[in-house]
Design a protein around this ligand. Structure first.
Ligand SMILES: Nc1ncnc2c1ncn2[C@@H]1O[C@H](COP(=O)(O)OP(=O)(O)OP(=O)(O)O)[C@@H](O)[C@H]1O
Ligand SMILES: [Mg+2]
Length: 409
C-alpha cells in the first residue's frame, strides 16, 4: 500500500478555503464511532486508530487532529501531549462523550485546543476545526517569521499556580484576603497575576479595587469556544497601581445561572497558561463551580473567622472536602481576625478543625476603611500588621510554588 501523505488530502468539505493546505485526521479506537466522526466531517478526512499512527505521517502540512471519545483518558492525552508539544503545524480538538471537569482539565493541560461533545451541534466540530486550523502554521511555508505578538503561553510553557480562597461562612474575609494577596503577588511576580471573582452572584472584587470593568466573566463565557490566551487577556481589567489583572464577576446576579463549572475551569486553565499566579475569590457555599475550581487549584485557602458559628461551618466545609477526596495537602487554614478578644484560642480552633493554621490575619480597623476607599490595605496601610500577615501568606505560597518547580526540575 502506498505510504500515506498528508499532501494528498484535500481539506474536509465544510472547511472554508484557507490560504494554506489543511488536513484533518480523526483518531478513534472504536470503529463505529470513527465512522460516525468521518461521516460528520465529510470527505477528505483520514482516520486512524491511535495517535501513534498519525505521527509518522506528519510532513509539515498543517493538520487538525480530531480525537474521538476513546481518547479522553489520561494515558492517550499524555501521549498526545508528549508527541505534539511545540508543533505549530498540528492542532488538536477532542470530541468527548460528555464534558466533565476532569476531561476538560486533562485535555487542556495536554495542549488540546478545544473540547466538544458528540451530542452537541455537529456544526460545532466543523467550526472548531476551522478555528484551530486557522491558528496553525506550516514549518515549510515561506518565512514563518516570529509572531507579531509575544507568545504568552501554550504547550510547553510552565503553568501558573492557582489559589482558591474559600469559606463556608459568609463575611469571613475571603474577598479582602483574595484581593490583598493578589495585589502582593502581582507586585512580586515576573509574569502577570490574575484575580478572578468567582462569586458569580454577589462578587465585589471590582468595587473593593475601585475598578470600572469593561468586561466580566460573562464575556469570557460567551466566547468560551474560541477562548485563547490573547482573547482572554483582552477581557481582563488592570489594577493600575499594582499591575494586577482582574476578571470581575458578572454585573447582574442573574447572569450567574449561565455559568457552569466547565466554563469556569476552562477560563482558569487558559489564564494559568500566561499568568504566573491565578487567585480566585468564591461565594460562601459549595456549588459545582466552586467544586470545579477547588479541583483545579494548587492551593485552597480555607478562611475561618474566630467565632463558634465560623468554626462550625468551616468544620462542615472541611468534612465535605474530605468526602470529595480533595487532597488535604492543598488545604491551608487561614484564621481571620485571629487577634480578636473573643475567648477562642488558636490552638483550640486548630484542634477542633484538626488542621494547623497557615496564616493568622489580625483584626484591624484599616481593613473596612480600605474596603470603603476601594484601595487594598497592603497599599493604603503597608506597615499595618494585617498587611504584614498577607505578605507572609504570599511568602508561603511562593515558597510552596518554588519547591514544586524545583522538584519538577
Ligand atoms: N481582618 C479583618 N479585620 C477587620 N475587618 C475585617 C477583616 N477581615 C474582613 N473584615 C471585614 O469584614 C467584612 C467582610 O469581609 P469580606 O467581604 O472580605 O468577606 P467575604 O468572606 O468575602 O464575604 P462574602 O461571603 O459576603 O463574600 C468586610 O467589611 C471587611 O472589611
Ligand atoms: Mg466576598
Amino acid at each position: 500500500m502506498a505510504a500515506f501523505d498528508f499532501n494528498e488530502i484535500t481539506p474536509a468539505a465544510p472547511i472554508a478555503p484557507a490560504p494554506m493546505q489543511l488536513a484533518v485526521a480523526v483518531v478513534e479506537a472504536v470503529p463505529a464511532v470513527r465512522l460516525d466522526l468521518e461521516e460528520r466531517l465529510g470527505p477528505g478526512v483520514t482516520s486512524f486508530e491511535r495517535i501513534e499512527d498519525v505521527l509518522p505521517r506528519l510532513n509539515g502540512t498543517p493538520v487538525v487532529v480530531v480525537l474521538g471519545p476513546s481518547c479522553s483518558d489520561a494515558e492517550v492525552l499524555g501521549s498526545v501531549e508528549r508527541s505534539l508539544a511545540g508543533r505549530s503545524d498540528v492542532g488538536v480538538v477532542l470530541v468527548a462523550d460528555e464534558l466533565s471537569t476532569t476531561v476538560l482539565q486533562l485535555a487542556l493541560r495536554s495542549g488540546v485546543k478545544d473540547v466538544l461533545t458528540l451530542q452537541g451541534d455537529p456544526l460545532q466540530i466543523v467550526e472548531a476545526i476551522e478555528r484551530v486550523g486557522s491558528g496553525l502554521s506550516s514549518p515549510t511555508a515561506a518565512a514563518p517569521a516570529a509572531p507579531a505578538t509575544p507568545d504568552t503561553g501554550g504547550e510547553g510553557s510552565e503553568l501558573g499556580r492557582v489559589t482558591t480562597v474559600f469559606s463556608t461562612k459568609g463575611g469571613s474575609g475571603k474577598s479582602v484576603i483574595a484581593t490583598n494577596l493578589a495585589v502582593v503577588l502581582a507586585e512580586r511576580s515576573d509574569g502577570p497575576v490574575c484575580l478572578v471573582d468567582a462569586d458569580l452572584q454577589f462578587g465585589d472584587v471590582a468595587v473593593m479595587m475601585k475598578l470600572a470593568p469593561s468586561h466580566t466573566i460573562v464575556d469570557a463565557v460567551t466566547n468560551i469556544d474560541r477562548l485563547d490566551t490573547s482573547l482572554l487577556e483582552s477581557l481582563l481589567s488592570t489594577h493600575e497601581s499594582s499591575g494586577l489583572r482582574v476578571l470581575p464577576a458578572p454585573l447582574e446576579p442573574a447572569f450567574a445561572d449561565q455559568i457552569g463549572a466547565a466554563e469556569m475551569v476552562k477560563i482558569v486553565e487558559v489564564l494559568r497558561r500566561f499568568c504566573s499566579h491565578v487567585v480566585i475569590d468564591t461565594p460562601a457555599y459549595f456549588n459545582d463551580v466552586v467544586l470545579g475550581l477547588v479541583e483545579a487549584s494548587d492551593d485552597v485557602l480555607l478562611v475561618a473567622g474566630m467565632d463558634i458559628p465560623n468554626i462550625k461551618n468551616v468544620k462542615i466545609g472541611l468534612q465535605t472536602l474530605r468526602l470529595l477526596n480533595t487532597p488535604m495537602e492543598k488545604l491551608r487554614l487561614i484564621l481571620n481576625r485571629a487577634n480578636s478578644k473573643v475567648k477562642l484560642d488558636i490552638g483550640g480552633v486548630e484542634r477542633t478543625l484538626q488542621v494547623s493554621a497557615d496564616a493568622l490575619i489580625p483584626s484591624d480597623v484599616v481593613v473596612p476603611q480600605s474596603v470603603n476607599k476601594g484601595v487594598p490595605f497592603v497599599h493604603s496601610h503597608p506597615k499595618s500588621g494585617v498587611a504584614k500577615s498577607i505578605r507572609a501568606l504570599a511568602d508561603r505560597l511562593s515558597e510552596a510554588d518554588a519547591e514544586v518547580r524545583s522538584r519538577r526540575g
